[in-house]
Design a protein around this ligand. Structure first.
Ligand SMILES: [Zn+2]
Length: 443
């Protein structure tokens, strides 16, 4: 169960207007700080310990428009006080709120974040923007900047509650071909052509039932990866996806293509992923609250998303991982309680909330059906139950009805779509090969 709210269309509109104004104010802060740093020797103490510049490069060029924007908006909202805090190593939400002297408000924000859990992992490079009222005592909103493609705005509803709004910039996905030859290990060769460690691990994982990268790959074997990366403007958001892979060994070819259901299939349409379990439990338990992204709160009337499904069960019931994966979070949250998050390849993620005891560690590899925890009643919970979430490509879906890789191959009625996709991706790979072949013959 959770009790965080998303905003009505009217509230959202009003907030967006305020947000635009605040962008101007942040610009004022940045411009102010910049001129301060430019005109002040580095060793001097900053104006305030809690104010830091964001890590984005601020060049001389955009200063003028930023100033202009600030001037235009000063009339109405100049009273608000804006503090930007750049996340650095060792920061926790608690230390940041303590610095600002608003520790009690943190729990109201954490309550709003219960169904997102976006604040549980803060990373250097992200920042928090706090907006206070005119006398600086009351927090009106806080924005978490996750990456150029994703921000979350927490805004005050009333004296003791906040709501949230996810701000998603879809940006543009840019496709590229990475083409390499085995020279040393697959890992080193893959990193050598520009794949990230995570992408390399995911590819190794994808073929693990078919290919042993250490034993089976030889010098001279080739690999081709079609990868898309998300950009907002010129900036890479950190989000990427591997859309197609070909491994060309002397005698054999291995392929993987990402289909619209989020699963990888070979060129014949056979699934590469191991099947998922539908349920994280071995017996049947009553669903006490269904998945409902638009659930209305009975008292406030506000939309209260329920991003998972609740199973009523006695405390101490064994909780099983629904798929093979890696434990990415073992956390204790004031409202979500003790919880575990597991990443299954690059597309799927599961969360298990309100646990009594956790039996796994962060970074640990788990198998489908492996016991990971005992159910409980921790956090804000009205009775012993498990709250279970399934995310596909970063979005929560209904775990009871979601199209998860349980099927062994692409369904018949989707075959044409799939074959077209394979054709397109192979064409990208072939084109790349021709270019390389042409280069080689020119030498
Ligand atoms: Zn729930």
């Amino acid at each position: 169960m959770n009790a965080s709210w998303i905003l009505s269309p009217q509230e959202r509109k009003a907030l967006r207007r305020k947000r635009m104004l605040r962008v101007g104010l942040v610009a004022v802060v940045l411009v102010g700080l910049l001129s301060y740093f430019v005109s002040t020797p580095r060793y001097r103490q900053p104006l305030s310990a809690s104010i830091e510049t964001v890590s984005e490069p601020v060049t001389a060029e955009p200063l003028e428009p930023a100033l202009k924007l600030a001037e235009e908006v000063t009339e109405e909202e100049v009273e608000d006080r804006v503090v930007v805090h750049a996340i650095t190593n060792g920061d926790t939400l608690s230390t940041i709120f303590d610095q600002l002297g608003i520790h009690s408000v943190m729990y109201q924000i954490l309550a709003a974040d219960e169904s997102l859990l976006a604040l549980d992992v803060l990373r250097p490079g992200q920042h928090l923007t706090f907006t206070f009222d005119e006398d600086g005592s009351r927090l009106l909103s806080m924005e978490l900047f996750i990456d150029p493609g994703k921000q979350v705005l927490y805004s005050r509803f009333d004296n003791d509650s906040f709501g949230y709004e996810e701000i998603i910039h879809p940006g543009q996905w840019q496709q590229q071909l990475l083409d390499g030859e085995i020279n040393g290990s697959f890992y080193l060769s893959a990193i050598g052509v520009g794949l990230s460690e995570m992408e390399t691990a995911n590819i190794t994982n994808l073929f693990r039932d078919h290919l042993n990268f250490t034993r089976d790959m030889r010098p001279g074997d080739r690999f081709q990866v079609v990868r898309s990366r998300q950009f907002v403007g010129e900036e890479f958001t950190g989000q990427s996806r591997v859309e197609g892979v070909r491994i060309l060994r002397r005698q054999r070819e291995h392929t993987a293509f990402l289909f619209e259901d989020g699963s990888y299939y070979d060129d014949k349409g056979e699934s590469l992923a191991r099947a998922f379990r539908r349920y994280p439990i071995s017996a049947q338990y009553r669903i006490s609250s269904a998945f409902n992204p638009a659930r209305k709160h009975p008292i406030t009337g506000r939309v209260t998303p329920h991003n998972g499904v609740d199973f009523a069960m006695p405390t101490g019931t064994s909780i099983l991982s629904t798929g093979d994966g890696v434990v990415t979070r073992v956390m204790s949250h004031p409202y979500a309680g003790k919880y575990v998050e597991i990443q299954h390849g690059s597309q799927y993620l599961t969360r298990y909330l309100h646990l009594h005891r956790i039996l796994v560690k962060r970074g640990q590899t788990v198998k489908r059906g492996e016991r990971i925890a005992l159910s409980g009643n921790t956090g804000r919970s009205t009775g012993p139950h498990l709250h279970f979430e399934l995310h596909v490509r970063g979005r929560p879906v209904n775990p009871i009805t979601a199209n998860i890789p349980m099927a062994a191959s692409v369904p018949k009625d989707k075959r044409n779509d799939f074959n077209q996709l394979v054709e397109q991706l192979v064409a990208v790979m072939e084109n790349g090969s021709h270019k390389i072949a042409a280069l080689e013959t020119n030498r």
